[in-house]
Write a protein that binds this ligand. Structure first.
Ligand code: GDP
Length: 529
């Protein structure tokens, strides 16, 4: 970056932001780790809220109550804390037990992710799914192997599993000393220091190296011998940490610890501070935006109904990519050309819940509006510019929506349109005029949809199975698309924006369609705008 640009206040504020998410399979320890990270940043008040959420989501009905009482989920969507002069924005990825599109989209608004693994289980199904989303944008990933205080798998085996199942190089930066009940701490492979478990953050013990005789005194002869052998093997046989490869999304540094015992969390946070990138340039049409630019740009990655379900108020989550946001600004919604007033932006500063007066690149603010702002919208100070990359993912569950009272058809249409814009579901209209189809990636999303249709719109509805188990967006030349639509009227439709989609009953049928229509392309992901 040009030295002159680096000195502007915007560039300086951007450079001290670390905006990240935690990805994990349920039960790996995401909530516990979040709480410990917030405690380290002094956001103690919020830590209680996180715990409350952690307990509450154990049952589905409680989860919905929490979700309906949107105050909590709005507040915990973005958690901000400061440490060592840096501002950390932790974006919550909801849909814990079940997947929702919000989870995916949130990952388009972060610059790095922490992948939490259960040391006894390694890579699990949802870890892999979330990882694939990170890979779409080459998001740098830091791995935290959690629950080292319990029976764990061999660290070499875990590292091998990360590399093989994710096709991602893994470089240990900490190495566990002792296992399970004998777990004594970790050896910092880069800094050559021993981090004893249950000691304060600052209590690292620097040694001359692994040959330092003090090691025996610290961890006992047996564990010292095992560590020497393993660390030597790791250094000789495993990848070494490489900042550039990490930042490009090709290598993950691996930390070991225990969130529950608050061990290794400080080390992880140091790693985030040191290695995770500040906001970088962002691809847009017609140009790339640098975070240090003076003029504000940002995009909406999530929309949530506001606290009061009787009002159609919504909060749009805006990730800033450049410039400075202040209260009372008017921003241009590029899609419509409209001016959007930002009178009372919600700033999420967890530390003392004070309303901040300004936000910078990497920050996320909530903008209240009446449904004007949509997911994928770019906001600027006037420039015609669109950010790319807030994707829609092909839903895995497709259902017809059936009304209990046919008189409410018009109301249902309005409700579905609004909920689709909010990103609660994807909405498709079959070409043959049959009942509208909703698509979701997780069952829980259907439950939320049903509840909101009834409570907020007064439209009780049921879901009916379809013959389909997958869909794809179809692109290609216009005549060929028309031929495809004509030949597949019963298995095709339009999405909310009028794009052609194809439904399939099985993966085999999808493959056949791809063979039969070589001039067309079938996409599992669609970028908005
Ligand atoms: P989440 O579903 O990923 O948010 O996981 P939670 O943070 O709720 O943790 C799931 C369970 O694992 C809870 O019972 C935690 O107390 C427990 N747990 C989390 N971290 C650790 C750890 O480091 N060691 C042990 N032994 N248990 C842990």
């Amino acid at each position: 970056m040009d030295a002159h640009v680096a000195q502007t206040p915007v560039a300086a504020e951007a450079a001290r932001r670390r905006t990240f998410a935690i990805i994990a399979h349920p039960d790996a320890g995401k909530t516990t780790l979040t709480e410990k990270l917030l405690l380290k940043g002094g956001a103690i008040q919020l830590a209680g809220a996180v715990r409350a959420k952690g307990n509450a989501r154990r049952t589905r009905s409680d989860w919905m109550k929490i979700e309906q009482d949107r105050g909590i989920s709005v507040a915990t969507s973005v958690m901000t804390f400061e440490r060592g002069g840096l501002v950390f924005n932790l974006l919550d990825t909801p849909g814990h037990e079940d997947f929702s599109e919000d989870t995916y989209r949130t990952l388009t608004a972060v610059d790095a992710a922490v992948m939490v693994l259960d040391a006894a289980k390694g890579i699990e199904s949802q870890t892999r799914k979330l990882f694939e989303v990170c890979r779409l944008r080459d998001i740098p990933i830091i791995t935290f192997v959690n629950k080292m205080d319990r029976e764990a798998r061999d660290p070499f085996e875990l590292i091998d599993e990360i590399e093989k199942t994710l096709a991602l190089d893994a470089a240990p930066v900490a190495w566990p000393v002792g296992r399970a009940a004998q777990f004594a701490g970790t050896w910092d492979l880069l800094e050559r220091r021993f981090l004893p478990v249950d000691a304060d953050d600052g209590a690292a013990i620097r040694l001359a190296g692994l040959d330092d005789p003090r090691l025996e005194a610290l961890v006992g002869a047996e564990r010292a011998a095992a560590l020497r052998e393993e660390a030597e093997l790791a250094e000789a046989g495993l990848n070494a940490f490489d900042l550039e490869a990490f930042r490009e999304g090709h290598l993950t540094p691996v930390f070991f610890g225990s969130a529950l015992r608050d061990f290794g969390v400080g080390h992880l946070l140091d790693g985030l501070a040191r290695y995770a990138p500040p906001p970088g340039p962002r691809a847009g049409d017609p140009r790339e935006v640098q975070p240090g630019e003076d003029k504000l740009t940002g995009f909406v990655f999530k929309v949530q109904a506001n606290m009061d379900p009787n009002h159609r108020d919504r909060v749009a989550f805006l990730r800033l990519c450049s410039g400075k946001l202040t209260k009372g600004m008017r921003l241009k919604q590029v899609r419509t050309g409209k001016q959007v007033p930002v009178n009372a932006p919600l700033f999420f500063f967890a530390k003392d819940r004070q309303v901040a007066e300004e936000a910078w690149p990497g920050d996320v603010v909530g903008v209240a509006n009446h449904g004007t702002l949509r997911i994928g919208d770019t906001l600027t100070e006037g420039e015609e510019l669109n950010f790319r990359g807030v994707p829609s993912f092909a839903p895995e569950i497709l259902r017809h929506v059936q009304l209990e009272d046919p008189m409410l058809a018009k109301k249902l249409k309005t409700a579905l349109d609004q909920l689709a814009e909010e990103g609660v579901v994807q909405l498709f209209r079959p070409l043959d005029g049959s009942l509208p189809v909703v698509g979701v990636v997780g069952q829980l999303q259907l439950d939320v949809l049903q509840s909101r249709l009834k409570v907020e719109y007064g439209v009780p509805a049921r879901f009916q199975d379809t013959m389909w188990s997958m869909m794809r967006w179809v692109t290609g030349g216009k005549p060929e698309l028309e031929r495809f639509a004509e030949a597949n009227r019963r298995d095709a439709g339009e999405d909310h924006d009028g794009e052609l989609v194809a439904f399939f009953g099985s993966d085999w049928r999808r493959k056949r369609a791809e063979e039969e229509w070589p001039a067309l392309r079938f996409h599992a992901v669609r970028e908005q705008h």
